[in-house]
Ligand binder design. Structure first.
Ligand code: NAD
Length: 429
């Protein structure tokens, strides 16, 4: 089949490349000319394990194309995926659908024959109805919902072996076409789940809000553990072994971040507000996660002593999770400026390199080498659980005799740290 992905970001690029890899012809469109130039010169604009090779293979096989020319891409395609961003509107909970409607405008302008329009972007309940209206209810357009569940860092595996593929449409014919599109994955055991369009739209928000709730829950339990002398890992294990609960997303850490949970929890609350349904659980998850950012800063005060002026604080990893370069809503974005404001000297090392988000901050120094970053540290904050941070010899890494390690991911063993005479703090234990 011939597909057009409007938006070649984390979702459009990965799913477009993977669709090409299972045999479809895919035109990835973006209005960011630099992104398209980079892709056409054989480089991926994002860090995602395995993606570079897959792009190269499918590009060479002429199944994958990158362009800014949306009219041509639309003309050549039968199925159009909308994969543009859906951020929150500034200072509100509601979802900014302007990118989605701009894409719809272009579809209306340039599509001459029958098209299936698929929203892969995460969109509020009823957006499919609005797009249909926007497209003047023309019979040649069928609008369906196919939310994306891939996780950055594991995105290719998630595409190839999804827990489920969700498609929402009231048209049996469109569902049949979508099933054919995903057939190579379905044949390998992927569950193909269909519902109506609004149902599919809500599944995505409900799933993300539930996962965010699980993380927030264990973060609060970790706070309780710290006050009561209990190891939160025992609680995670003891709880998570119950199959009704499950062990995943029960590991405490900093406030959750990333491109989805913060915006989708807020988006869900605003969907509820619109129809006067009080989603009180999700509201308190958002509040608890906000509070957590301050709580961890307080903990740093406690660890370092109130006067943090001129203290050298080093972040190991700044992205919201490992195996991605995505900085959206990472806890470090909140913590680093706050520490700098209090005159600490902050530096960081991240396997995906320097971050533009910190480039304007005076005294926030990036080190491309972990040894140089840690050499003179007073406090090391282990922020992101990259594999390369899992077995470091801190006594060799830091030249100072007295330094402190604050492990926000519980990667190290407390007893071992004691044995090595390292002042060590972690989460909920
Ligand atoms: P992104 O910001 O990485 O990518 C969006 C891309 O769309 C950008 O490259 C932008 O330049 C492009 N774009 C915007 N308007 C355009 C237009 N009119 N024509 C062509 N290109 C246009 O965003 P993302 O992370 O890929 O997320 C996209 C959607 O998928 C969001 O709704 C998000 O919630 C959802 N989602 C994201 C993830 C994830 O892990 N990132 C997972 C599941 C779902």
């Amino acid at each position: 089949m011939k597909l057009c992905m409007i938006g070649t970001g984390y979702v459009g690029l990965v799913s477009g490349t993977c669709f090409a890899d299972i045999g479809h012809t895919v035109y990835c469109v973006d209005n960011d000319i630099n992104k398209i130039k980079k892709l056409n010169s054989g480089q991926s604009p994002i860090y995602e394990p395995g993606l570079d090779e897959l792009i190269k293979e499918n590009y060479r096989a002429k199944r994958l194309f990158f362009t800014t020319n949306i009219s041509e891409a639309l003309r050549k395609s039968d199925i159009i995926f909308i994969c543009v961003g859906t951020p929150n509107k500034k200072n509100t909970l509601s979802v900014d659908l302007s990118y989605v409607f701009y894409a719809a405008k272009e579809i209306l302008k340039f599509s001459k024959n029958k098209k299936i329009i698929v929203t892969k972007s995460t969109v509020p309940v009823g957006t499919g109805d609005l797009i249909e209206k926007y497209l003047k209810n023309q019979k040649k357009f069928t609008v369906i919902s196919n939310p994306e569940f891939l996780r950055e860092g594991e995105a290719i595996r998630d595409f190839r072996y999804p827990d489920r593929i969700v498609v929402g449409s009231n048209s049996l014919h469109a569902l049949k076409i979508m099933k054919n599109l995903y057939l190579p994955l379905i044949n390998k055991g992927a569950k193909f789940f269909t519902t109506n369009r609004r149902g599919a739209e809500l599944i995505k928000y409900a799933a993300n809000a539930f996962l965010a709730t699980k993380i927030t829950f264990i973060n609060e339990i970790a706070n309780l553990c710290e006050k009561t002398g209990i190891n939160v890992e025992d609680i995670s294990l003891g709880m998570g072994s119950d199959v009704r609960i499950g062990s995943r997303f029960l590991r405490p850490g900093p406030a959750y971040g990333g491109s989805c949970f913060p915006k989708d929890t807020k988006g869900l609350v605003s969907i509820g507000d619109k129809v006067k349904i009080d989603l009180s659980i999700v509201k308190s998850v958002i509040k608890s996660n906000e509070n957590r950012k301050y709580l961890l800063l307080k903990r740093i005060d406690h660890i370092l002593g109130k006067n943090i002026k001129n203290k050298k604080i080093v972040f190991l990893g700044v992205t919201f999770k490992p195996n991605t370069d995505d900085m959206r809503d990472a806890a470090s974005l909140f913590m680093i400026p706050k520490l700098l404001k209090r005159k600490a000297i902050v530096s960081y090392y991240d396997p995906t390199g320097e971050k533009k988000e910190f480039s304007k901050l005076k005294k926030c120094i990036f080190y491309p080498d972990i040894h140089n970053a840690c050499k003179n540290a007073d406090l090391i904050i282990l922020h992101t659980e990259w594999d390369e941070f899992k077995s470091l010899d801190f006594n060799k890494l830091v030249k100072k005799r007295k330094f402190i390690l604050y492990d926000l991911r519980n990667l190290y063993n407390i007893q071992e740290m004691k044995r090595k005479k390292i002042r060590y703090f972690s989460i909920g234990r």
